[in-house]
Design a protein around this ligand. Structure first.
Ligand code: XIL
Length: 401
């Protein structure tokens, strides 16, 4: 634990007027920064999640909304202090980055990249093809004749722009839905219907041509729990991955989204371990890409919910991090203040969703401590890819305009 003196030194530096004056932070933001409670700074530096994960060469980070970096300086500071890898929560999706058939909007994505670069963090790309977040023009414009060319051009343009700058790309997101009834388990997405099942190989091949360095990832959810449905989905994902390997489709990693939930009978363990084992045989890395815990089914008080959520973090990270193939871990946001679960699965009692490592006031939650312990317990990995030279713990905040 840092001493009180160090703590005061840190917060003092953080609040130093002259450094703020030269930091490029708008005045309104500087004022809110000066007023904020910075006690969470005890958990920065060597005690941060990024540093503790980095000991085992694991990048830790979260999904980010780039515009928020200029609006909520506690948000910005927490991300700088805790993360060594970021992903855009929405800014790189089709609807955001390709708003017109012939127009791209890179503002959010560029901003995220510049911010990450200024603070020595890596960035994941999310995503190049998905059945959701398609722009309004998609339905009117895309047909069987032009779908492949439009997909390829999108990937060339977006992956090409960030070539050499990204840790990885979610090339195809959520392509399996066993319930749709196909024998291969593929989801009947617009891409599948317009191009055919080889849209997946096309997307990965195009991504590799556009960016030789990003680790190409297949990303999906609903493959964590020991339920019959998730078991079937795991089998379909594995069949897809094996097929890709057989066809020599370029792929480097599987993203396990890890949207978990508290308060149901379902548990994880056996099925997930078996999945990791099979993925290892295919020589693919595994990323925890979107971890959070949905507490909307829990009826207990906030403190007990926080304990239950943290227990899931603990168990999940302990299980996943035992596997050396797991080479990145991201949560879907950093603070309960902005979790998407508040919108998609709001609590019936009107209470705050407890899902992420920081609470709404930027105090570390029990999930933070659970994750930290899991990082501390992990054996040092010798084969994992190297991290950037240092984890940022700078007190100057750089937010690109
Ligand atoms: C979610 C975002 O968090 C929301 O803000 C948005 O409204 C919908 O998408 N799986 C994914 C993510 O791959 O892109 C999703 O993100 C969450 C589920």
């Amino acid at each position: 634990m840092p001493t009180r003196r160090n703590f005061l030194k840190q917060t003092g530096a953080a609040l130093g007027y002259s450094s703020l004056l030269h930091s490029g932070i708008p005045l309104f933001a500087q004022n809110s920064l000066a007023n904020q409670n910075l006690s969470s700074s005890v958990y920065t530096g060597a005690a941060s999640l990024a540093a503790r994960a980095a000991r085992t060469r694991l990048p830790y980070g979260c999904a980010v909304v780039p515009e928020r970096l200029n609006m909520d300086m506690q948000y910005t500071r927490t991300i700088i202090e805790q993360c060594s890898i970021l992903v855009a929560e929405n800014a790189m999706k089709w609807a955001a980055i390709h708003p017109q058939p012939n127009a791209f909007n890179f503002a959010g994505a560029d901003k995220l990249l510049a911010f990450a670069q200024a603070h020595n963090m890596q960035v994941r790309g999310h995503n190049l093809s998905w059945h959701q977040a398609l722009p309004p023009w998609f339905k009117m414009t895309v047909n069987r004749e032009n779908a492949q060319a439009i997909l390829v051009q999108h990937i060339q343009t977006v992956a090409g722009r960030y070539a050499g700058k990204l840790h990885s790309w979610d090339v195809v997101n959520e392509a399996i839905r066993v319930r749709d009834g196909r024998s291969d388990g593929l989801r009947t997405t617009p891409w599948l219907e317009l191009i055919g099942e080889n849209y997946i190989d096309i997307a990965f091949r195009t991504a590799r041509q556009a960016d030789l360095h990003a680790l190409l990832t297949y990303n999906d959810y609903g493959i964590e729990y020991d339920s019959p449905n998730e078991e079937r989905k795991r089998a379909a994902v594995l069949a897809l991955l094996r097929g890709m390997r057989k066809r020599k489709t370029p792929i480097d990693a599987v993203g396990i989204q890890s949207h978990l939930h508290a308060g149901s009978q379902a548990d994880f363990g056996r099925g997930l371990k078996h999945f990791l084992h099979e993925v290892r045989k295919l020589d693919l890395q595994v990323f925890i890409t979107e971890m959070d815990v949905d507490d909307s089914k829990l009826t207990t008080d906030a403190e007990q919910r926080e304990v239950a959520v943290a227990a899931i973090y603990q168990k999940y990270f302990d299980l996943m991090l035992r596997d050396p193939q797991v080479t990145a871990a991201l949560t879907w946001g950093i603070t309960n203040r902005y979790t998407w679960l508040s919108h998609i699965h709001p609590r019936k009692d009107g209470g705050q969703s407890i899902a992420l490592p920081f609470d709404t006031n930027y105090q570390p939650s029990k999930a933070f401590f659970a994750m930290g312990i899991a990082f501390d317990r992990r054996k040092v990995q010798s084969v994992a890819p190297a991290l950037p030279a240092k984890v940022s713990n700078s007190s100057a905040i750089h937010v690109p305009a």
